[in-house]
Design a protein around this ligand. Structure first.
Ligand SMILES: Nc1ncnc2c1ncn2[C@@H]1O[C@H](COP(=O)(O)OP(=O)(O)O)[C@@H](O)[C@H]1O
Ligand SMILES: [Mg+2]
Length: 260
């Protein structure tokens, strides 16, 4: 089978992610311990857990930013465990970071434009060609998807915190994402900004699945259909939002420990 034919066959795979026995050590520290998770294509899942539970390390293992030290990761049926991060991006995996990675001096539209250029095959250039430039059209669609149309020409530095987080979600939509990892996009947002983020996430195309790390159950439980709870680097519990919300063990580790 040609590489393209193989890719198309894999695109039909029922599972977006299959993690089997994934671990990540940093020296003697076990940040992630023997995690096995299956996420269906199009599924939307929350990962909960106290500060230091291993949530961001889980994302780093999936994206290849810090590959696992043990275990296997499949993305739409393909074993990507050994692939560098950019190859996983090429296959439709996206992420946002817990701390902002934006260029403060760029405008909102230029940020989205560069994200679109970054994943397109064309030669890299800072100069927008013209209004028919596909990357510019893509940038305007992303702008609209994250409710920032009215701020296209505003420098990133002048955005409110919540608007910066919306922009980061927009940048994750560049190219043809098949699955997105959102690392605490609602952290530090006001109640109004949270509602806006919830609307944006709920309006994403149905075929795009995601995992969202989110402490606020009022946010998480409105945008996901399944929940994984992590504790001390391991998977602690999985269930529906209702099951997790009413789980005595989860309440104990949540109410007992500091969030972060
Ligand atoms: N790059 C790294 N180098 C060393 N230790 C790390 C690194 N990344 C994470 N850790 C450690 O792994 C553990 C889990 O961290 P992290 O995944 O960031 O937790 P969470 O996102 O759930 O708050 C913590 O003890 C953290 O200090
Ligand atoms: Mg984290």
């Amino acid at each position: 089978m040609s590489e393209t034919a193989l890719r198309i066959a894999q695109a039909g795979a029922a599972n977006a992610l299959e993690l089997r026995g994934v671990s990540r050590h940093f020296g003697a520290l076990v940040a992630l311990s023997n995690v096995s998770i299956t996420v269906r294509a199009g599924e939307r899942r929350a990962v909960l857990g106290a500060n230091g539970a291993g949530k961001t390390t889980l994302f780093n293992a999936i994206t290849g930013d810090f590959p696992p030290t043990a275990g296997r990761i499949r993305f739409f049926g393909e074993d990507v465990t050994q692939l560098p991060a950019h190859e996983r991006i090429r296959r439709g995996l996206r992420r946002t970071y817990q701390t902002s990675m934006l260029f403060k001096g760029l405008s909102v539209l230029d940020s989205l434009y560069l994200a679109a250029r970054g994943v397109s095959r064309g030669r890299f250039s800072f100069v927008r060609q013209n209004e028919r430039d596909p990357s510019l059209q893509a940038a305007r669609e992303m702008l609209h998807a994250v409710h920032l149309d009215h701020l296209a020409d505003t420098p990133v530095a002048d955005l409110a915190h919540g608007q910066q987080r919306q922009l980061e979600v927009g940048m994750a939509l560049a190219g043809a994402p098949r699955f997105i990892l959102f690392d605490e996009p609602a952290a530090g947002l006001s109640p109004v900004e949270r509602r806006e983020l919830v609307q944006i996430l709920r309006a994403l195309p149905a075929h795009i699945g995601y995992i969202i790390i989110e402490h606020d159950l009022d946010v998480a439980l409105r945008v996901v259909e399944s929940v994984s709870v992590m504790h001390n680097g391991a998977l602690f519990k999985e269930g529906t939002p209702d099951e997790i919300q009413n789980d005595a063990d989860v309440q104990r580790i949540y109410l007992g420990g500091a969030h972060g």
